[in-house]
Design a protein around this ligand. Structure first.
Ligand code: GLV
Length: 389
């Protein structure tokens, strides 16, 4: 068999402004870290880097949890790792569902033979503390799931009081911060979060491939008291915790760590530490306001009506009547600007603009809104022509 001819062509990747829901553009330092020489996954120099990453993640999540590390895999890996470790077959999981990530968690949980109870919130809105509290009383779940940054709808789900409600009932609180961490206020310990996971390709501006995760003492105890083994070796949090040096015991080989991505994550966390987490969140909040007023100037509206529920680092924009969202997206893509369409319940209804990390920047935001406005005008011209014909 001859080698594939395309494979032998020069490798060219265009530079794009990635203002969709992620991956976002990489920051320079991260790119440089990816070029650092490989080390073995148990070399002291590498385990020292893993230790730096662990402490950077504790800072990012605002937690003292010792079981804090990064799962090898994307945000979905963190999601599976959390569910597989925290729950055993037939145990009950309450899912707050207001977008694609609640649906996804419910799907994974059913595959694991968990009992899934759903608290539906309207798309673009959030569940209230009272509704949540009632659902916890009704279902007495072992774990309750909330997505903090619903990237399909652009909702930042409030979490105040959710931890207390859970703990009064012996429930663990599991939170997805894939799209929100670093770009919206989040304090795992203050909020009483028992397990939180995230991803590297959004506010952190690193490539996809690692999922930061953290388990509270209560979560760790539940894992230690399991009657059955975690159904996945790869996602077993006690094995991973050992490899990441989270326990007072020698590290064992578990799997070959994703060396270069761990370098990249370290560098991304350096970026957050240098700017300061609070300052980084505040910048995302300020730039979100710039984005909202730029939208207003061109006659567009955020899909999430309540400003308090808007995720500062990802904005959903309502598609005006008679516009095909895909035409607009294609028009922008031809200019090497990525803006995404809706996902799951928002499919066909919104555009999604990610302003993650280095892309939370006034100039980039204004450039994208200008290009979006032009693309809409061009698409509505097209729509007018189609109507006339
Ligand atoms: C991925 O996170 C997405 O929201 O598309």
């Amino acid at each position: 068999m001859p080698p594939p001819t395309r494979l032998l062509q020069p490798f060219k990747v265009p530079i794009k402004l990635l203002m969709g829901p992620g991956p976002s553009n990489m920051r320079e330092g991260v790119r440089a870290a990816l070029n650092a020489p490989l080390l073995g996954h148990l070399h002291t120099e590498f385990t020292d880097i893993m230790d730096d990453v662990k402490s950077g993640l504790q800072y990012l999540f605002q937690t003292n949890n010792s079981l804090t590390f990064a799962v090898s895999g994307t945000g979905h890996a963190g999601m599976e790792c959390a569910l597989m470790n925290l729950l055993e077959r037939d145990e009950t999981l309450l899912v707050v569902q207001n977008g694609i990530w609640g649906l996804r968690v419910a799907d994974l949980a059913k595959r694991l033979d968990l009992q899934v109870k759903v608290l539906n919130a309207e798309v673009g809105k959030a569940a209230s503390l009272e509704e949540f509290s009632q659902a916890i009383d009704d279902f007495k779940p072992k774990v309750a799931f909330v997505c903090h940054g619903e990237s399909s709808t652009g909702v930042m789900h409030p979490l105040d009081g959710f931890g207390d409600v859970c703990h009064k009932n012996g429930t663990l609180l599991l939170v997805d911060t894939v799209a929100s961490i670093g770009g919206a206020p989040f304090h795992a310990d203050k909020l009483g979060v028992d397990c939180v996971y995230a991803a590297t390709q959004k506010v952190l501006n690193a490539p996809p491939g690692l999922s930061p995760i953290s388990f509270s003492e209560m979560a760790l105890n539940k894992i230690k008291q399991r009657k059955t083994r975690v159904p996945s070796f790869y996602f077993d949090a006690l094995e991973l915790g050992n490899y990441w040096g989270c326990f007072d015991e020698p590290r064992r080989y578990h799997h070959t760590g994703i060396i270069s991505l761990v370098y990249a994550l370290r560098e991304a966390l350096v970026g957050i530490a240098q700017e300061g987490l609070n300052e980084c969140v505040a910048r995302h909040q300020q730039n979100a306001k710039i984005l909202y007023s730029a939208l207003d100037e061109v006659g567009l509206k955020p899909f999430v009506e309540d400003p308090a529920l808007r995720l500062p680092c990802l904005t959903t924009i309502a598609v005006p009547p008679n516009i095909q969202p895909k035409e607009v997206i294609d028009h922008l893509m031809a200019q090497k600007i990525e803006v995404s369409g809706g996902l799951g319940p928002t499919f066909g209804k919104v555009w999604r603009i990610g302003t993650f990390g280095i892309n939370s920047d006034r100039d980039k935001i204004l450039e994208v809104i200008l290009a979006l406005d032009e693309a809409i005008k061009s698409a509505s011209g097209l729509a007018d022509k189609k109507t006339a014909a």
